[in-house]
Structures are given as structure tokens and as C-alpha cells.
Design a protein around this ligand. Structure first.
Ligand code: 5GP
Ligand code: MN
Length: 327
């Protein structure tokens, strides 16, 4: 028996979703703004699966995917301008419509049927057809099941994209969403020839020297109070660091502090708004806090963007976090 056929019950795509995908000739796939490894891995994997079904998918994301993911096959195919006549929209890893960014405002895209494939507990069910699996460790785990349902063989390239999504969203198999089933899927993906150690190194460890410098500046601002470790990433810290905006990975690093149940990084955006990135220890729920501020995510990893200035935003958000910790 192959590993794939020995797999426990998969997450099942709704029949309606499968029908819409099969009927489409040129679907538009959208990954969320500020994309991460799961958004881009799921986008590229789903694109290849649909291509194997004889479709002509368009892959889009408002923001340029992180250069650290440029090793992914067909990374260069991702566009931020949709000129083609598409007939279906598939949103990936996106918990609300705002996460699709300006891609969703282009041409007649808003008038097309919208399918949502996501694993965020805070998903607002904003599609015409919503397939949401909060127990999935990554949207990429769901795309694995989608390939099975559509009877598409997963090749090395698709496997590389799916492994990237799983490795990044589980932070290297360290989240509680890392089930035995996930490890069986990982094993099956490795059987296709995908190189897990290299993927894990490129997707989790490789970072620019500028990013490490930014971490250094942000870490110099940390405060620890009432179980929350907090750091700032200001515009001023980044003036000499080129196009770098986010201190990617920093919130997870700060949560290593045994004095904290919650870590938060406040990033000053060019439009003066403040992006908040939350990480929490098991038992906490930062998704609820993020949701209260119009964002979303998972219980232990979530985010939102609020109005500035930084001091006022920090005060408001920290007050909510302290309150959430007292519960
Ligand atoms: P990160 O801190 O890595 O940017 O995000 C952590 C998690 O929260 C991810 O699952 C991400 O999709 C979600 N998230 C971050 N920011 C936002 C936001 O502004 N809105 C929503 N809905 N989710 C967010
Ligand atoms: Mn994800």
C-alpha cells in the first residue's frame, strides 16, 4: 500500500468547489497581501495542479513575494496586474476580502464567482463558496487534499511548494497543528523527490543581513510587562535598509522569552498606519484580539493593522493584550 492511500481521512473540498474548478477555463488565483510561505506555496501548487488539469491559471498577489521564496518553481509567474479574461477567482490563505488587496479591484474581477480556500479560524466566509479548515496546519495541507480530490498526481515541483507552505506555517513542525497526518503528508511529499532540508533552510533560516540589522534595532526597543514582550519596528529604523518593511520572524523569536505569554511587534508603515504581529503561547488567543482590531489569524499567531501614531496604537493594543491575558 502506498503512503498516500494509507493516509487518514483528508479534508474534503465541497462538491460545489470541485464543480466550479472543473468548469473554469482560466481561473485567477490570489494569495494574500504581505504574502508568506504558505500563501505563495499554496498559490504556486494550486496553479500547477490546475495547469495539469488543462486549465490556464493566472497567479496574482498585490505585494512582491519575499525574495527568500524565489527558489520556488514558477515564482516569476506571479503577477500584480491581471490583464487576462479570467472566469473564476480562487482566494488562498486569506481570511477576509481586504487580504486580497488591490488585485480584487482590477477589471471585472469583483463580478466573478469567488471560491475561498483557507485555514484561519477568523475567516469571514466572504466567498460564494467557502472551504475553511481551521484544523489544517496550512492552506498547503488543504491543497494536498485538493490535488487528491481532483486526481492530479503531485510531482516534485508541486511537492516543493506544498512543503514550503507546511514548513513555514508550522515554523518547522513546532506548532500544535503539526499532527501525525501532517508528518505523513510531508513523508509522501518527500517521496516525490522534494528536498525538505533545503526547503526548510531557504524558507525558515535564510535572511538578508539587512533583516538581521533590523531585528537588532527592533530588539533594542523591547519591553516586557504583564506577560507581554513588545518591540517596535519604526520607519526611522529602516531609512538606510532599502525596501525592507517587516521584521519578518521577529515576533516568533521574541516569544522565546520565558517571561512572556504573548509577543507583539509594532511596525510603522509608510502610510503611518501600524501593523501588529502577534505570537502567543498555547492557551492564549491572539486571533480574538487581532479580530477585534479588524485583523485575524490563528489563536497563537495573528495580526492586524491599526491607525497610528505608534505610541497611541501601542497603548491601545497592549491594553487589549493585557486584558486577554487576565481572562
Ligand atoms: P504574521 O504575523 O506572520 O504577519 O501573521 C500571522 C497570522 O495572522 C497569519 O496567519 C496571517 O495571515 C494573519 N494576519 C496577519 N495580519 C493580518 C491582518 O491584518 N488581517 C488578517 N485577517 N489576518 C492577518
Ligand atoms: Mn497559512
Amino acid at each position: 500500500m502506498s503512503l498516500l492511500s494509507a493516509m487518514p481521512a483528508p479534508f474534503s473540498p465541497p462538491a460545489d468547489l470541485l464543480d466550479r474548478v472543473r468548469m473554469s477555463r482560466r481561473p485567477l488565483l490570489i494569495a494574500h497581501i504581505s504574502p508568506d510561505g504558505d500563501a505563495i506555496g499554496s498559490l504556486l501548487a494550486a496553479g500547477s495542479i490546475l495547469y495539469h488539469l488543462g486549465k490556464d491559471p493566472v497567479l496574482a498577489c498585490q505585494d512582491t513575494p519575499p525574495a527568500s521564496l524565489s527558489f520556488l518553481p514558477r515564482y516569476d509567474r506571479i503577477t500584480n496586474q491581471v490583464h487576462e479574461e479570467v472566469d473564476l477567482v480562487i482566494a488562498l490563505d486569506s481570511s477576509d476580502r481586504e487580504r486580497l488587496g488591490n488585485i480584487y479591484d482590477q477589471g471585472r474581477i469583483r463580478s466573478l464567482p469567488l471560491v475561498v480556500i483557507d485555514h484561519h479560524i477568523t475567516n469571514t466566509l466572504f466567498g460564494d463558496c467557502n472551504w475553511i479548515e481551521p484544523r489544517a496546519c496550512a492552506t498547503a495541507e488543504m491543497i494536498f487534499d485538493l490535488a487528491q480530490a481532483l486526481e492530479v498526481t503531485i510531482d516534485t515541483q508541486i511537492a516543493t511548494c506544498l512543503l514550503t507552505g507546511i514548513v513555514t506555517d508550522t515554523r518547522g513542525f513546532r506548532t500544535s497543528s503539526t499532527t501525525p497526518r501532517v508528518m505523513r503528508i510531508v513523508s509522501a511529499l518527500m517521496e516525490t523527490g522534494a528536498d525538505l532540508p533545503t526547503i526548510a533552510d531557504l524558507a525558515l533560516e535564510a535572511r538578508s543581513t539587512e533583516l538581521i540589522q533590523l531585528w537588532g534595532r527592533a530588539i533594542a526597543t523591547i519591553t516586557v510587562h504583564q506577560g507581554v514582550i513588545s518591540a517596535d519596528n519604526t520607519l526611522e529604523m529602516r531609512v538606510d535598509l532599502g525596501r525592507l518593511i517587516r521584521a519578518e520572524g521577529l515576533a516568533s523569536f521574541l516569544l522565546g522569552s520565558r517571561d512572556a505569554q504573548i509577543a507583539v511587534v509594532f511596525t510603522e508603515l509608510p502610510d503611518q498606519r501600524i501593523e501588529c504581529s502577534f505570537r502567543a503561547q498555547p492557551g492564549q488567543d491572539v486571533a480574538a484580539v487581532a479580530y477585534a482590531f479588524g485583523g485575524g489569524g490563528h489563536a497563537l499567531a495573528a495580526g492586524c493593522t491599526v491607525d497610528g501614531p505608534l505610541e497611541a496604537a501601542r497603548e491601545r493594543v497592549l491594553a487589549r493584550l493585557y486584558e486577554s491575558l487576565r481572562r
